[in-house]
Design a protein around this ligand. Structure first.
Ligand SMILES: NC(=O)c1ccc[n+]([C@@H]2O[C@H](COP(=O)([O-])OP(=O)(O)OC[C@H]3O[C@@H](n4cnc5c(N)ncnc54)[C@H](O)[C@@H]3O)[C@@H](O)[C@H]2O)c1
Length: 320
């Protein structure tokens, strides 16, 4: 018989949400997952993400838009909230679509926090982003440095992070924010770079690189991110913000060389103009997470890339 869930994962059908649900279920925990199947990327991908979890009797799935849903009912018996539901992506956050970002990223987080004001939960862990930093000469990035996002998406992620802190200060809701640095691995979103690169390699298409390829990213493997969330839920200090990076900072040009070695092919590249909203560099100082959350990335880039490549090949075989 299903025991009552103590863990609520919002955005449970997404890349990170589904992987966190799978880990919790594999540890024998009962999990409630909520997702509205937003149309940011194909529904089939999200349904596939949670297909294994749905077979587990310890998993309860609710399809709902959390802005409209009955939060009192959803939060019944919940002790830990892992809040990932959001509209991701930097490029689409300009223009008319900003409305969606306000709804999914700011309004949703505020509603959840408001519903938690008088509840006795153990932790609310919010998925923030390296995109809150913006362009900065200070590298590696530290949690308490001056920050100024360069994309509307980053602005909404920072607004929600500030709300989480505010509800901790004003109402003692035990919130923790994790600033995630580009996550990759199996189930990575189809709009993210490695996923796109690998699919293009499979079909022998040119890979489009924004700018000169000298921009750098700190890539973080998905299983390390999952561990960070669970450790933050259990050990994170309320009110605190933690950088979660992979210790794998590399330029796109270097990355493509590495990828070429892994896939055993020459990669065709086309340079296109840099995009507004993209940061030039990301690089995490994660000493705070190491200290409080015992966070230590276990996956290096070679291993992580191989895992994602194997997954992409398998996925494309299944689609054929
Ligand atoms: N993937 C990364 O590299 C990365 C980096 C930094 C931060 N983040 C943050 O981590 C979180 C998860 O990212 P992801 O890559 O797994 O994205 P994702 O799009 O795969 O997952 C987000 C999920 O949230 C759901 N959702 C959106 N609005 C909702 C609503 N109103 N009600 C219920 N469900 C809703 C979507 O349907 C989707 O399945 C996001 O908050 C994102 O901003 C991700």
């Amino acid at each position: 018989m299903r025991e009552s869930a103590k863990y609520l994962v919002t955005g449970a059908a997404g890349f990170l949400g589904s992987t966190i649900c799978d880990r919790l279920l594999s540890e024998g925990k009962a999990v409630k997952g909520v997702d509205c199947f937003s149309d940011y990327y194909p529904l089939e991908r999200k349904r596939k993400n949670i297909s294994e979890a749905l077979k587990n009797e310890n998993f309860e799935f609710i399809e709902a838009d959390l802005v409209e849903a009955d939060l009192e009912k959803i939060l019944e018996g919940i002790e830990y909230i892992i809040h990932l539901a959001a509209q991701p992506g930097v490029r689409r956050s300009w223009g008319e679509e900003f409305e969606v970002y306000i709804h999914q990223n700011i309004r949703l987080t505020q509603k959840l926090l408001e519903a938690l004001r008088n509840k006795n939960i153990k932790k609310f862990v919010y998925a923030s982003s390296s995109s809150v930093y913006g362009e900065t000469p200070e590298l590696p990035m530290k949690e308490d440095q001056f920050i100024q996002p360069v994309s509307p998406y980053g602005v909404t992620k920072l607004a929600a992070e500030n709300l989480a802190f505010l509800y901790y200060k004003a109402f003692k809701v035990p919130t923790v924010s994790l600033r995630l640095f580009t996550v990759y691995g199996p189930r990575q979103r189809p709009d993210m770079a490695f996923n796109k690169f690998m699919k293009h390699i499979l079909s022998d298409k040119e890979i489009e690189i924004y700018g000169d390829g000298e921009q750098t990213r700190d890539f973080t493997y998905v299983e390390d991110v999952v561990t960070a969330f669970l450790n933050a839920a259990h050990e994170g200090k309320p009110g605190e913000i933690y950088n979660i990076g992979g210790g794998n900072r590399i330029s796109l040009n270097e990355l493509l060389n590495k990828l070429g070695d892994i896939v055993g092919k020459d990669i065709k590249i086309k340079h296109i103009p840099a995009q507004k909203g993209e940061m030039t560099h990301t690089y995490a100082d994660f000493n705070r997470a190491a200290r409080d959350l015992n966070y230590k990335p276990a996956f290096n880039l070679d291993q992580g890339l191989k895992n994602e490549w194997e997954w992409i090949k398998k996925e494309s075989e299944e689609i054929k």
